[in-house]
Design a protein around this ligand. Structure first.
Ligand code: SF4
Length: 331
């Protein structure tokens, strides 16, 4: 393969670890954005006499390790790229390589310091795993600028202090006037703003842009209320959970089924691995509730022909809640 990988893979350490574990065959699992890195790593390991298989299935999180597949394929270990360790009962030794981004976050903070000051003196600092290694540098920089910086430990689903996942914002819930999120994309900072109900500023370390989340959050809530309204007349509900290890919320799914029955609805529990609207096409339900990854009913909602809600949104629909609440998976 030509060129350098964009993320640090620590391939020498990985090789050492695999040798320690006496691994002869390994399965490499990757998210969409790290396919080249997976290929680079496979080539490197093959050159060092470790047979390497790349899983072609796209992975979205540490909640979905391919340990069972690795075992089935006779692999001695799994390498999970792009995400950090999550406490799950894994069937083969698994090495998580979080793929830290090679980008200087302090530069973007320095550029936006006047905007950051609008958050107040006492701020919570959070990021995704890609920038977690830079979090200390960011904290030191902000403290030198006179801020009191809080980095929350988070609950058991989180691997590093200050880390947020698309389904868990526990590290952002600390005593602070506002939250500073470092990272790209909208989903995480919108989740942070909704979970903390505090002013949230997102700084993209790649572009150097700073975006206040209030308008994004309002837009997000408006769209979700539209989904809730679409499900208003629904009589037959499909409640879906996923067999992915870190997304299986069977207890909560059963509670939702019970709740819907109490409200006189027809309801069926559906279990599937990869939840997609295409796979549900043949069913005759009026609406769905996804009790798995909270991104599923949100990310490509426009493609679903039927309304699709999170468990928290269903509670609003049934009149059990008034304020919008983000669906989180606690650890
Ligand atoms: Fe990410 Fe969804 Fe998995 Fe949470 S459940 S780690 S948001 S893919």
């Amino acid at each position: 393969m030509n060129g350098e990988p964009m993320y640090e893979l620590h391939e020498r350490e990985v090789l050492e670890k695999l040798r320690e574990l006496n691994v002869r065959k390994v399965l490499i699992q990757t998210p969409e954005g790290l396919k080249r890195e997976a290929q680079f790593l496979a080539e490197f390991l093959e050159k060092n006499s470790i047979e390497s298989l790349i899983s072609g299935d796209i992975n979205y999180g540490a909640c979905d390790p391919a340990d069972k597949e690795a075992k089935m394929l006779g692999c001695d270990a799994l390498i999970h790229l792009g995400h950090s360790y999550m406490v799950l009962n894994l069937e083969v030794p698994t090495i998580f390589i979080p793929a830290f981004a090679k980008v200087n976050v302090v530069k973007a903070l320095s550029k936006n310091i006047e905007e950051i000051k609008k958050l107040g003196k006492k701020i919570a600092l959070v990021t995704t795993v890609q920038h977690i290694r830079e979090l200390n540098k960011a904290k030191e920089f902000l403290e030198k600028e006179g801020f009191e910086v809080k980095v929350g430990k988070g609950d058991g689903r989180i691997s590093f202090p200050g880390q947020v996942l698309g389904c868990n914002f526990s590290a952002a819930k600390v005593e602070a006037e506002g939250v500073l999120f470092i990272g790209a994309g909208y989903f995480h900072p919108v989740g942070v703003a909704l979970a903390t109900k505090k002013p949230t500023l997102a700084i993209n370390p790649y572009s150097g842009d700073a975006i206040w989340m209030n308008r994004e959050t309002e837009r997000f809530i408006r769209k979700r209320w539209a989904q809730i309204a679409k499900a208003y007349d629904a009589k037959k509900f499909g409640v879906i959970t996923s067999t992915k290890k870190g997304q299986l919320r069977i207890g909560e799914a059963r509670k939702i089924v019970k709740l819907l029955r109490e409200y006189g609805k027809e309801v069926q529990l559906i279990v599937m691995n990869h939840i997609s609207y295409q796979a549900l096409e043949g069913f005759d339900f009026d609406a769905y509730v996804v009790v798995a990854c909270p991104r599923v009913p949100i990310d490509d909602v426009e493609n679903w022909r039927k309304p699709v809600l999170t468990p928290r949104e269903l509670e609003i629909l049934l009149g059990l809640k008034e304020d919008y609440e983000f669906d989180e998976i606690a650890g």
